[in-house]
Write a protein that binds this ligand. Structure first.
Ligand code: HEM
Length: 223
């Protein structure tokens, strides 16, 4: 029996999958590395150096991050433009989540473009034009100098919050759409688990960012 899968179906499934693997996994790894800043400049610079020492790192970045990211981002924008929000007629939580998933996607599009040009490539004139990846020895200093500007730090707070919402809600959408979570009760319980995951990830992400401007992060000097 031949199974015919429509092109849109396959593109859609690849979009959903790319949000989890590799992008979701990458976000976890990224927050973990950033959290090394809690232990000070030396620990963070060492972590950046280790990452840059991965064999074939450029190909790993291109194949494992940039290509899936460009695919997910561009197809995500296509989906967003086709969306027909109906929140005013049907003000249910799921409808709001649908709208926020798309809104955070658009925010992420601009935030990630800015973030890559800012720290990965050091290409924004006037904003420490040094690539963190090219100077692991002063990686911490580059980020902490960037974050010493309040508007820039706020941009990162918005970006981290949008990323966490998009990923936590995305995990829920993925589990429902791929038939992993079936039934009303399971979907509700998974929803609570995703909220817990989101709150945890948000605290980790913000704490790591704060560690670049306050030694030890939010709890520095207390713990
Ligand atoms: C860069 C700009 C991005 C845009 C424009 C974008 C857009 C979207 C859109 C519109 C959806 C909803 C798809 C649907 O409901 O059918 C979605 C889902 C998703 N996105 Fe993104 N996204 C972006 C970045 C990211 C990043 C960086 C991650 C990794 C954390 C990510 C993870 C996910 C996940 C896990 C889903 C759920 C997949 C599913 O519906 O099963 N996205 N994205």
């Amino acid at each position: 029996m031949a199974i015919h899968l429509s092109r849109t179906f396959v593109l859609r499934k690849l979009h959903q999958l790319s949000g989890i693997v590799p992008l979701g996994i990458f976000v976890l790894e990224h927050f973990y590395t950033n959290s090394k800043a809690i232990n000070g400049a030396g620990a963070f610079n060492e972590a950046v150096k280790d990452l840059q020492a991965i064999p074939y790192i450029l190909f790993v970045e291109i194949g494992g991050i940039f290509i899936p990211l460009i695919y997910h981002a561009v197809y995500g924008l296509v989906i967003t433009m086709e969306a027909r929000p109906n929140n005013l007629n049907y003000p249910y939580p799921r409808n709001w989540f649908y709208l926020i998933q798309r809104t955070t996607g658009v925010i992420l599009f601009f935030f990630i473009a800015f973030h890559l040009l800012h720290f990965r490539f050091g290409l924004i004139p006037g904003l420490n034009p040094t690539s963190v990846a090219h100077r692991p020895d002063i990686a911490f200093e580059i980020v902490s100098r960037g974050f010493s500007s309040v508007p820039i730090f706020l941009v990162y707070m918005v970006g981290i919050t949008a990323t966490v919402w998009h990923l936590a809600n995305g995990v829920w959408l993925f589990m429902v759409d791929w038939g992993i979570t079936i039934g009303e009760r399971a979907q509700r319980l998974t929803g609570y688990a995703c909220i817990g995951f989101g709150i945890f990830l948000l605290l980790v992400g913000i704490n790591a960012a704060v560690a670049f401007i306050r030694p030890g992060g939010l709890l520095g000097g207390i713990l």
